[in-house]
Design a protein around this ligand. Structure first.
Ligand SMILES: [Zn+2]
Ligand SMILES: [Zn+2]
Length: 267
């Protein structure tokens, strides 16, 4: 596998990220409009291939953007690891993890966005009046606000790919002796009831409740950061705090209206 280092020059700015996602959804809107017209405006009889093609297109664009936007953070965390543990990690190994994570995230994002689009389209067409402009119908289904939210979410996700790649690679190399742990760092933006409970908590625990972390919800500005040391050391230093009570998290999630995962009893 070629090193990602060669792609370092393709750093993507937040503006470029948003521009590219807007362009993508300009195309997606047109694709759906054309297909809908060909299907006699029946959203349920749109061919499966259409959604597959759209999803594949989204996946490709998101993967490139995630890699381009997440690269700076990846470089920083790799350098951080070099300082803590000189020569302890191979760049190619870390890059492999990074690309894998970006692809996985892009697949997830494309699937999630698409599912919402299909649902919204079917819902919107229920109130469709003959003569209504199809352009404005599609605009209702994919408004700019959705594009902005998706962009913000994926930019957040991109920032988390680097630290997660480093954590995984360390885990792969050192197994249980790994000294790289990731914790959630509370952001400065308006908080929900849940995020503050996760401040400095092990991301492994956070994932029990939010499997697709990070971000754990739209517009969440919390970050995933790495701490270095044996688990008991980082706990003693307060770099990580012990896991909070599960029931407290579940109560807060329910209050906030987040989908609460099936409670798994631990033996
Ligand atoms: Zn939150
Ligand atoms: Zn948050």
């Amino acid at each position: 596998m070629s090193s990602l280092a060669s792609r370092r020059t393709h750093d993507i700015t937040p503006e470029a990220f948003l521009r590219r996602v807007r362009r993508l959804y300009g195309e997606v809107r047109a694709d759906i409009r054309r297909a809908l017209e060909a299907a006699g405006n029946d959203p349920k009889s749109l061919p499966k291939e259409l959604w597959k093609e759209i999803e594949a297109k989204e996946r490709r664009v998101f993967a490139l953007l995630l890699i381009g936007f997440g690269m700076a953070s990846m470089n920083n965390w790799f350098d951080w690891h070099e300082e803590q543990d000189p020569g302890g990690m191979d760049r190619d190994g870390a890059d492999k993890q990074f690309t894998l994570l970006a692809d996985r995230r892009a697949t997830w994002a494309a699937r999630t966005v698409n599912r919402t689009t299909r649902k919204k389209l079917i819902h919107r067409m229920k109130t469709y009046e003959p003569g209504e402009s199809m352009r404005s119908v599609i605009q209702d289904v994919i408004p700019d606000s959705r594009i902005v939210t998706a962009t913000r979410t994926e930019m957040q996700a991109a920032q988390g790919l680097g630290p997660e790649a480093i954590r995984r690679e360390s885990r792969r190399i050192y197994k249980k002796r790994t000294r790289v742990h990731s914790v959630l760092m509370l952001g400065a933006c308006e908080h929900c009831l849940v995020c503050p409970l996760f401040h400095r908590v092990d991301m492994k625990f956070v994932r029990e409740f939010f499997p697709s972390a990070m971000p754990i919800h739209p517009n969440c500005c919390c970050r995933q950061v790495l701490v270095f040391g044996l688990k008991k050391e980082v706990l003693a230093e307060g770099l990580m705090i012990p896991n909070p009570d599960r029931r407290e998290i579940i109560r807060a999630m329910a209050k906030q209206g987040f989908k609460v995962p099936q409670y798994r009893r631990r033996s």
